[in-house]
Design a protein around this ligand. Structure first.
Ligand code: GAP
Length: 453
């Protein structure tokens, strides 16, 4: 890890994200729109690899979880029943001195007096409840009857489809429904790059169970989720589990953990793991009048299941992955002279590009065509990048900076007729150690796949 002060480190990360095409400001050519971001060619790959790995761990490699993909717009009654219409608010305060609009928890307190964090002013308005849901209208009329909201969490689609999925999936308790999708919150103060955005993605699991299993499963899911972060390259030592105190938990929750990460701007939440009891299903059963119960074949009893919910943010995890991977070290240039190197040490599993392929010289047809044949050979297995421009050392550096874990160089030995043993072998370079090994082309898919997944 670099020794740069944390604020400088964050600036460097933001600048790298733009320069190398991970993340751009949304609508940038029009001056942007606060709290909204676009993912570029590398960002979208990183995000997809993260979501695919979550889906693999949470759905494909389990017998007790199925997936769904719900609509972003839902009947307004959903948001009334869930409590979001009345209570999904943040306290908003204005500073009368500098006109900053602040969230209640952003005020600073000095000698017991609350102050504006921007100008230090003490002339502040009383807090007012500001609902974070974006309003919209469905259909051609814009009135109360057509009003609804962009969903502020993906979870509610799971609760309202619970009965349909229970019937078709024929699962016994405990079982879960997983979903990845967009959520929208009109945050009062979006900040810290993509950390607090107005449009973001969530990866949520609602794991339904019997009431008596709730607390045990809360512990189970906290541990599973910690393992997940370790598997994508965020070490346990950089993660913290906060037990959310009673007075800060949602009133219906019997226990909540926040999994936090040490970002350069401070320790902040990546994911919440909450035991939500039977609150949501009870609310929707009451409001819709439709039964949302589970029938226990053995005891012949009907009841509303409880639920444990691990709810992770895609964008926050992507940001944590980039922050964790960013590092500066020194590496030898073409002539062996040491120079500064920026390297993203992504776990190969989530790295946007898995392998670069380079012919040693771009003006040698045999080297180029051999390198291109290796690209064709590897492409069905992984995302490959072909690069023939510039000195080989430069090409390695460009891939180091975007976190590509492996580089393959096709050189004269690959073509050699002198040493039969080296024919059809290539140099395989590993990003972090910069170690090189000689590998037969035919062994590449197996070797690389074993190191990636
Ligand atoms: N269904 C439960 C739920 O939505 P939450 O703690 O409000 O719980 C879950 O959100 C996760 O969604 C957070 O831990 C965070 O990773 C992500 N998230 C929430 N608000 C966000 C925002 N404004 N920008 C980016 N990610 C956000």
């Amino acid at each position: 890890m670099s020794a740069a002060p944390e604020s400088q480190r964050m600036e460097k990360i933001v600048s790298l994200c733009k320069r190398r095409g991970f993340i751009f400001q949304s609508s940038e050519i029009y001056g942007g729109l606060n709290g909204l971001w676009d993912y570029g060619p590398l960002g979208v790959e990183l995000k997809r690899n993260l979501k695919n790995y979550w889906w693999r761990m949470m759905v494909h490699e389990r017998d007790d979880v199925v997936g769904m993909d719900g609509a972003i717009l839902m009947n307004r009654s959903v948001w009334k029943a869930s409590g979001h219409e009345d209570t999904f608010t943040d306290p908003m305060i204005d500073c009368r001195s500098c006109r900053a609009r602040l969230r209640g928890d952003q005020l600073v307190e000095k000698k017991g007096v609350k102050q504006c964090p921007v100008c230090g002013g003490k002339d502040l308005t009383e807090p007012r409840a500001f609902n974070l849901m974006f309003k919209t209208y469905v259909g051609a009329t814009e009135d109360e009857s057509s009003l609804t909201y962009l969903r502020p969490e993906t979870a509610q689609a799971i609760f309202v489809q619970f009965k349909n999925i229970l019937e078709i999936a024929r699962k016994k308790l405990p079982f879960g429904i997983a979903q990845i999708g967009k959520a929208f919150r009109n945050e009062i103060n979006p900040r810290n790059f993509t950390f607090r955005s107005r449009e973001f993605e969530q990866m949520e699991l609602e794991y339904f169970c019997r009431a008596e299993e709730g607390m045990k499963l809360l512990e189970y899911w906290k541990e599973e989720r910690l393992k997940f972060y370790e598997n994508i390259g965020i070490p346990r030592t950089r993660l913290h589990v906060l037990t959310v105190p009673d007075d800060e938990r949602a009133f219906y929750s019997k226990g909540t953990y926040d999994i936090e990460y040490d970002f350069p701007f401070g320790r902040q939440e990546l994911e919440g793991v909450a035991y939500r009891t039977d609150y949501d299903l009870v609310q929707h059963q009451k409001a819709s009048g439709k039964p949302l119960e589970y029938f226990d074949e053995e005891t012949k009893q009907k009841f509303i299941p409880h639920v444990v919910e691990p709810s992770a943010g895609v964008d926050r995890t992507v940001l944590a992955l980039i922050c964790e991977a960013y590092s500066e070290d020194r590496a030898p240039d073409e002539k062996g002279k040491m120079e500064a190197r920026i390297v993203l040490r992504f776990h190969p599993r989530i790295a946007p590009i898995k392998c670069g392929v380079f012919p040693l010289l771009k003006n040698n047809n045999q080297l180029v065509s051999k390198a291109k044949s290796i690209v064709d050979f590897l492409r069905p297995h992984m995302f490959i990048f072909y690069d023939e421009s510039g000195a080989i050392g430069r090409r390695y550096r460009r891939q180091d900076e975007i976190g590509t874990p492996f580089g393959i160089t096709v050189d004269f030995e690959t073509l050699s007729e002198k040493d039969a043993k080296l024919r059809n072998t290539v140099t395989l370079r590993e990003r972090d150690s910069m170690k090189q090994e000689r590998v037969p082309i035919e062994d590449l898919p197996g070797l690389l796949l074993s190191r990636i997944s």
